[in-house]
Design a protein around this ligand. Structure first.
Ligand code: FPP
Length: 257
């Protein structure tokens, strides 16, 4: 934020509460570079990233968003050095354990997209506990993408659908968007309206490949640990300036609204 940027309060007041995105999905990128720039180990960047997670979850709850999906660990992240994978897994356990009380107080419900059954025991148990403890909450749905990969999700959906066709549950002709979506790891969630990626990278990185079909994209140049409420509100304001066309012409969209 430079000194001329409007304050958090001014930005918040500009947001049209009637046209909020219902689901925001975020790739939290730049923790490693944030740390490197300060001459610190990468895991310090991830730890700083948790403070941003806390602030953005609070802001999302206060705004009344329905769903916030955070890409916390991808199927490709296993290829990082073992010490970094271990540090991320430990951080997940610590964060979930220390935050679950506030999450519950804020009526936030935790869910997961991704093969979290494959996570190390301690991480799996901590996540399972958080899901269970928050299952009855009716506020913001905080959906963590954990051991998630878009291609794997689509391949596994294809495998399970094929099995159900072979078992005679339905014919191939019955496969439509409605049925297909039930086999995705986001079953029951709306598609994201807004996708935010930090650190300036213009990539989707195997995130929600099916679900992002018509999502508005905002790329913020700042590293995730520096991503503040101001940046978040600015991304929502940017989204509110967009004309969502879903394949129609601009004239068609304007005449139908
Ligand atoms: C990307 O930065 C970040 C990750 C792979 C991990 C994100 C995890 C957290 C913020 C902490 C835990 C999250 C929750 C939800 C409790 P990078 O390491 O790729 O950064 P770089 O591109 O600068 O190296």
């Amino acid at each position: 934020m430079n000194q001329d940027s409007p304050s958090e309060e001014v930005l918040l007041a500009r947001i049209d509460r009637k046209r909020l995105p219902r689901h925001i999905a975020i790739v939290m990128d730049g923790n490693g570079r944030w740390a490197k720039r300060r001459g610190l180990p990468r895991q310090v960047g991830h730890r700083a990233g948790v403070n941003t997670v806390r602030e953005i979850v609070r802001a999302s709850g206060e705004l009344g968003l329905e769903t916030l999906t955070l890409f916390a660990f991808s199927t490709e992240n296993w290829k990082r050095p073992q010490w970094e994978v271990n540090a991320l897994m430990r951080l997940l356990v610590q964060t979930v354990r220390s935050e679950v009380k506030e999450i519950n107080r804020s009526n936030v419900r935790i869910t997961v997209s991704g093969r979290w059954d494959e996570l190390p025991d301690a991480t799996r148990e901590a996540i399972g506990y958080a899901i269970e403890q928050t299952a009855g909450n009716s506020g913001l749905r905080l959906n963590l993408a954990l051991n998630y990969g878009g291609r794997r999700e689509l391949i596994e959906a294809a495998q399970r659908i094929s099995r159900d066709v072979l078992d005679g549950k339905f014919p191939p002709e019955a496969i439509d968007e409605n049925l297909f979506e039930k086999y995705l790891q986001t079953a029951g969630l709306l598609d994201p309206d807004l996708f935010i990626r930090t650190s300036g990278e213009m990539r989707i990185s195997n995130f929600l490949l099916y679900q992002l079909a018509y999502t508005e994209i905002v790329v913020s140049p700042v590293y995730w640990p520096d991503f503040s409420r101001q940046h978040f509100y600015e991304a929502i304001l940017d989204y509110q300036l967009r004309e969502r066309r879903f394949g129609l012409t601009g004239d068609q969209v304007r005449h139908s609204s």
